[in-house]
Design a protein around this ligand. Structure first.
Ligand code: NAG
Ligand code: NAG
Length: 524
């Protein structure tokens, strides 16, 4: 035997990490074999359900924790190797499971010897309501046993192979995926986090705690879920080739925001208060704002280039004094109209076309005015009218630029609100889902207890059965607490979370801040 204390910790680690615990012994299941499993009686000292420092208001730190063990403990399989006896009880043939149940049956009496005898059996019965037994004969004949490693399967005893097949079938069919407190299925990566967190705790000299381990793991997983989700958003948005129009930008943002939120939801759990989801929303808003700016800049640059190319012939004519003659203003206006019409007919100018055009026309208004004033084909009266028309046209263009901004702003705001509402809806679904799983976990534990109590009553252990009422009461209380916490989630936590989401900096704040740091360049 190794170090007793190490063995005890290894035993509790095995319980904490497995969904089916296979305990194996040699020969038979006799009293000695059960006493070797003494560690089960110490499990309350080696596994805590709740964090002791956690919720001090409840005052019951870990009261009745072992009543809750059934909720989180693995299925139990006893594998007896090199079984030497016949499967008989009092001369009757029995099945393997009956053999195990017989070995675990309690004795009546209150003396020390009986109590000691009963204790490990009671622990096994209480903590592991799902029990199976597999009895393996010696795998091969004695002359073959010395070279077991090099034997063919055909050299093994058929009865040994038959049990092995049953055993494997049972594990493959009925061993469920490992879950943690709260009912979440554990992936390989999460099992790694769990193992590390338990071993670290033990190495520190503390007692592993189911709740803490889950919280630690939740934090790691939720952070990773946030990173995955943000990456998904960023990758999706990369498909856009700026400048794009408002519609394309908005559509892609909505799509990617939804996908990212789904990605987050599928990996996160116990993000109570929605802190990590809020971080994600903030990160997405920031990235969205960046992209909106980039898209605007791309549109501005493209439109400037376009206008400057389209108006180049006009500028040349201007330099050559082409318009400086009677009737020059009419020629100028015709050229101007043609430039603007060509500009307007170009597709994919992005979200700043009207604004850039406004700047362009404003800039040109000095030049056009000087041509107007110099054109002596026109009467004073006509000049006045043209001047007024120009002013009106500039004002009109200014309105269009403002409208362009307003539409973009409204759409972005709409997208943000829609994104928030969607996140809240998904969060609610997720909370309800997590809560349902917890309820199912608690209900299952309750069923197990009631079943065990019934068996005890039937076998005449009235006192023990009554004693179990206490445990059942504790579970009931926990269940009703969790029922309340279901309401708590949707009635209290969700509104808090919604408010928190509202504090996520809006895309406009972020954009405005960016713009104040890096004002865009002007000029044609
Ligand atoms: C798995 O469990 C089901 C339901 O309890 C049972 O009917 C079935 O025989 C089990 N499979 C094996 C291989 O033991
Ligand atoms: C140039 O054309 C635009 C669009 O037709 C018009 O609004 C603007 O007033 C014109 N400018 C001049 C100087 O004619």
């Amino acid at each position: 035997m190794g170090d007793q204390k190490n063995d005890a910790w290894i035993f509790s680690l095995a319980i904490l990490l497995s969904s089916t615990l296979v305990y194996n012994s040699r020969g038979t299941i006799d009293n000695q074999a059960i006493e070797n499993l003494q560690y089960v009686t110490e499990l309350t000292e080696r596994i805590k359900v709740k964090s002791p420092s956690g919720d001090s208001s409840s005052g019951d730190d870990d009261d009745g924790a072992d009543a809750q063990f059934v909720q989180f403990f693995p299925k139990f399989v006893w594998a007896v190797r090199d079984f030497t006896l016949e499967l008989k009880i009092d001369g009757r043939d029995v099945k393997e499971d009956q053999y195990l149940e017989h070995a675990l049956s309690l004795k009546k009496g209150k003396d020390r010897k009986t109590t000691d005898y009963n204790l490990p059996r009671e622990c096994i019965r209480n903590y592991f309501p799902s029990r199976r037994c597999f009895v393996f004969m010696t795998p091969a004949s004695p002359e073959h046993m010395t070279r077991l490693e090099s034997l063919n399967e055909g050299d093994l005893c058929p009865s040994f192979l038959a049990v092995t097949t049953n055993f494997c079938n049972y594990i493959f069919e009925n061993s469920s995926v490992k879950t943690v407190k709260g009912g979440l299925a554990v992936t390989g990566r999460m099992l790694g986090h769990l193992a590390k967190s338990y071993v670290d705790t033990i190495a520190r000299g503390d007692v592993p705690c189911l709740e803490n381990a889950v919280l630690t793991m939740a934090k790691i997983e939720n952070e990773a879920a946030g990173r995955d989700a943000l990456m998904e958003y960023q990758k999706g948005m990369q498909e856009l080739c700026f400048p794009v129009d408002l519609e394309a930008m908005s559509r892609q943002h909505r799509l990617c925001d939804t996908l990212a939120t789904k990605t987050f939801m599928s990996r996160s759990f116990k993000d109570d208060g929605g802190e990590h989801l809020k971080d994600l929303a903030e990160a997405i808003a920031k990235h969205h704002a960046d992209l909106l700016c980039q898209n605007e800049e791309a549109s501005e640059a493209l439109c400037r280039k376009l206008l400057s190319e389209l108006s180049a012939p006009m500028a040349k004519k201007m330099q050559e004094g082409f318009y400086a003659k009677p009737g020059g203003y009419e020629l100028y206006c015709a050229d101007n109209d043609s430039v603007v019409a060509q500009f307007r007919s170009k597709p994919n100018r992005g979200v700043r076309a009207e604004e850039v055009l406004e700047q362009f026309l404003k800039e040109k208004s000095v030049e056009s005015n000087s041509i107007l004033q110099a054109d002596n084909k026109l009467s004073e009266q006509e000049r006045k009218i043209h001047e007024q028309n120009q002013k009106a046209a500039l004002l009109e263009q200014q309105k269009q630029a403002e409208e362009e901004r307003r539409v973009e702003m409204e759409r972005t705001l709409e997208d943000e609100q829609r994104g928030q509402a969607e996140k809240i809806r998904m969060m609610k679904e997720k909370m309800e889902e997590e809560w349902k799983v917890q309820r199912a976990e608690a209900d299952k534990a309750m069923q197990c207890k009631l079943q065990e109590q019934k068996e005890l009553q039937e076998k005449g252990f009235r006192e023990k059965a009554e004693f179990m009422n206490q445990e059942i009461q504790i579970l009931k209380e926990k269940n009703s607490q969790s029922a309340k916490s279901g309401n708590f989630l949707t009635d209290t936590l969700l509104p808090i979370f919604s408010t928190a989401l509202e504090t996520v900096s809006s895309v406009f704040q972020i954009k405005a801040f960016k713009k104040s740091l890096f004002p865009p360049k002007k000029g044609f």
